[in-house]
Design a binder for this molecule. Structure first.
Ligand code: DON
Length: 308
């Protein structure tokens, strides 16, 4: 089957499930999204782009930015040092769980893709870059997504900032346990994290990020945009932690490393060299796009991408 047909088939199959998902409502601005809007993009091994549905609709990247945030941390600190603050273990509770943090070894977030882990990652970056940290993150996102116009949504940022009770609770626990340096200003730290989550992307952008991760950090022109060892660490964490406490089910169902965001996007990584990104804002109970997961199920099956 040709790639455009694979993509169309995945869309036709998954779009029947739009009623099953629920748009994130703990960030009021995200609740306004139309859960019947879906899209996807695939970049072939040869670098051809294929699109379906609302592949150019802009939505907030949310947790998918945690890939870039952790990449920046890997680029600034030694891996063994980072592990003193952020683990590499799968999570067994929701992405913003307080009990998971409370019960984890030395109260260190279990991985960089849950909220607590990404907030600690931002704090490590702030120790080096201070109030320029958000600029550093968005500039690195522009490089790895290969879109120098990436910007963030002011309305989503302020909506999250005014409703982030769980993230504030997690941050104060992390300060209390001295996982975050007490010199760091909490509001500056959270603003860096919220702005990062509010960066606007579309499914085509996600397919470009996926393409680079899938090719060990190389873009279509064979430029090394991400260090191959870092790309490998990120793919591994995507496989084990990328869809939170659904990661085991996701591995069985789709068989690909992936990272989701509550904006409705999912980015994958496939050693077969494809770039794949999907979008639909209705979420399952774990915070992963319901329709997006089904699209990937169909794409993985048709292109025989299951890595297990
Ligand atoms: O901090 C939050 O809750 C959001 N900005 C990001 C969470 C998220 O995307 C979880 N992913 N599926």
């Amino acid at each position: 089957m040709k790639i455009q047909e694979v993509l169309q088939k995945s869309y036709d199959y998954a779009i029947k499930y739009t009623d099953k998902g629920v748009a994130a409502n703990y960030i009021p601005e995200l609740a306004k999204e139309d859960k019947h809007r879906a899209g996807g993009a695939i970049i072939s091994k040869e670098g051809e782009l294929y699109e379906v549905g609302s592949a150019r609709y802009k939505f907030s990247i949310q947790s998918i930015i945690k890939i870039v945030i952790y990449l920046c941390v890997l680029e600034n600190y030694d891996f063994d040092y980072i592990k003193k603050f952020i683990g590499v273990k799968p999570s067994s509770k929701a992405f913003n769980s307080i009990i998971e943090l409370e019960l984890s070894n030395k109260q260190i977030p279990v991985n960089p893709f849950i909220n607590a882990g990404a907030i600690v990652a931002c704090s490590l970056l702030m120790e080096k870059y201070g109030n320029n940290t958000f600029d550093m993150i968005i500039n690195r996102a522009r490089e790895v997504i290969e879109d120098d116009k990436l910007d963030f949504s002011r309305s989503i940022y302020s909506s999250e900032s005014s409703s982030a009770f769980a993230n504030r609770a997690l941050t104060y626990m992390l300060l209390n346990n001295e996982i975050i340096d007490r010199e760091i200003n909490v509001e500056d730290l959270l603003n860096t994290y919220f702005k990062s989550c509010s960066i606007l992307v579309d499914a085509v952008d996600l397919s470009r990020l996926s393409f680079i991760l899938s090719r060990n950090g190389k873009d279509i022109e064979n430029k090394q945009v991400i260090d191959p060892d870092h790309a490998c660490i990120i793919r591994t964490l995507m496989a084990t932690c990328g869809t939170y406490d659904y990661s085991g089910d996701f591995a069985i169902r789709i068989g690909l490393p992936a990272k989701s965001g509550v904006g409705g996007g999912i980015v994958t990584a496939s050693k077969a060299g494809y770039g794949i990104g999907v979008y639909c804002p209705g979420l399952d109970s774990h915070g992963n796009s319901y329709v997006g997961t089904r699209m990937l199920e169909s794409i993985s099956k048709e292109l025989k991408l299951n890595i297990y």
